[in-house]
Design a protein around this ligand. Structure first.
Ligand code: CP
Ligand code: NVA
Length: 308
């Protein structure tokens, strides 16, 4: 695979291999060892939306491996696909950079960039998917449980980009995902069908948050209002009110259930401060693992293969 756009493009064996490299690089990082495997390589980053974690973790990962980053704000280039056709942007950037990391509203923009680029394109979040987040999440879950196979994850909230990539990750790694959403905000049927064609029964949609968590080992949530949906804020807050991860919901879940959130979090909305800061929260580990996973991804896409 040239690009990293969707987990569905990769086999489970390929994804497991990426996690193996990520764990190895994380152990090296812990003892201060560097893997200077891509000196002189450059990464172009184009972000149509704000970012803390993705932008910083990709930048640090690239620097740690010996490469460097050029950050491009869409307005600097007159808009992605606006001042010039996407295929020209993609082909020109491919002459300068060894990899392109893109965060866009429309998923199709990242797909088009990849189609016309001769260098790898990495999806840094679109309205549809967030695959790097899902892989960092699987790494985090793996560090906390003996096995992934059959592990029960419950996602509470919007059937959005994060939920969709999580669904594909669960299917690929043999986990069971229950998505609990209010009516009208469910994961789309095509995604559920696609995930279940990878592994039968891996993704189930329910409409009641308490029922969903009864046998959960992990509870995951994300914002009710994704980037680009700000004008729907008021309606969404009303619609999602019963889908908040709080102490009351946790009473319905087994003791010790782990808590996850991709961040940024809105305390008092989708998650309470008490739950976010509780001892079973893996939230900051997830954020850290973005760095370790993405370092592995860059090494795999750009580094000399014999060192892997
Ligand atoms: N989780 C995540 O992708 O965060 P950013 O939007 O800050 O990159
Ligand atoms: N669903 C959120 C994820 C942010 C990392 C969004 O798209 O804004």
């Amino acid at each position: 695979m040239k690009d990293f756009i969707s987990l569905t493009d990769y086999s489970t064996a390929n994804l497991k291999e990426l996690l193996r490299i990520a764990s190895k690089l994380k152990s090296m990082y812990r003892v201060g060892m560097q893997d200077w495997c891509i000196p002189g390589k450059s990464m172009a980053m184009i972000f149509e939306k704000p970012s803390l974690r993705t932008r910083v973790s990709f930048s640090v990962a690239m620097a740690d491996l010996g490469g460097h980053v050029i950050y491009i704000r869409p307005e600097d280039i007159g808009g992605l696909g606006e001042r010039e056709p996407m295929k020209d942007t993609a082909r020109v950037l491919s002459r300068y950079a060894h990899v392109i990391v893109a965060r866009t509203f429309e998923h199709q923009k990242v797909v088009d960039l990849a189609r016309h680029s001769s260098v790898p394109v990495i999806n840094a979040l679109t309205d549809w998917l967030h695959p790097c987040q899902a892989m960092a999440d699987v790494l985090t879950i793996k560090e906390n449980f003996d096995k992934l196979d059959g592990l029960r994850v419950v996602y509470i909230g919007d059937g959005n980009n994060v939920a969709r990539s999580l669904a594909f990750a669960c299917a690929k790694f043999g986990m069971k995902l229950t998505v609990a959403s209010p009516a009208g905000y469910e994961l789309d049927e095509e995604t559920i069908k696609q995930a279940n064609s990878v592994a039968k029964g891996s993704v189930t949609q329910v409409s009641d948050a308490p029922k969903g968590v009864a046998d959960a080992q992990v509870i995951y949530t994300d914002t009710w209002v994704s980037m680009g949906q700000e004008q729907q804020q008021e309606q969404r807050v009303k619609d999602f009110i019963a889908f908040r991860v709080n102490a009351e919901l946790l009473k319905e879940a087994p003791d010790g259930v782990k808590i996850m959130h991709c961040l940024p979090a809105h305390r008092g909305m989708e998650i309470t401060d008490e739950v976010f800061e509780s001892k079973n929260s893996l939230i900051l580990d997830q954020a850290e693992n973005r760095l370790h996973f993405q370092r592995a991804l860059l090494k795999k896409l750009l580094g000399p293969q014999e060192q892997l």
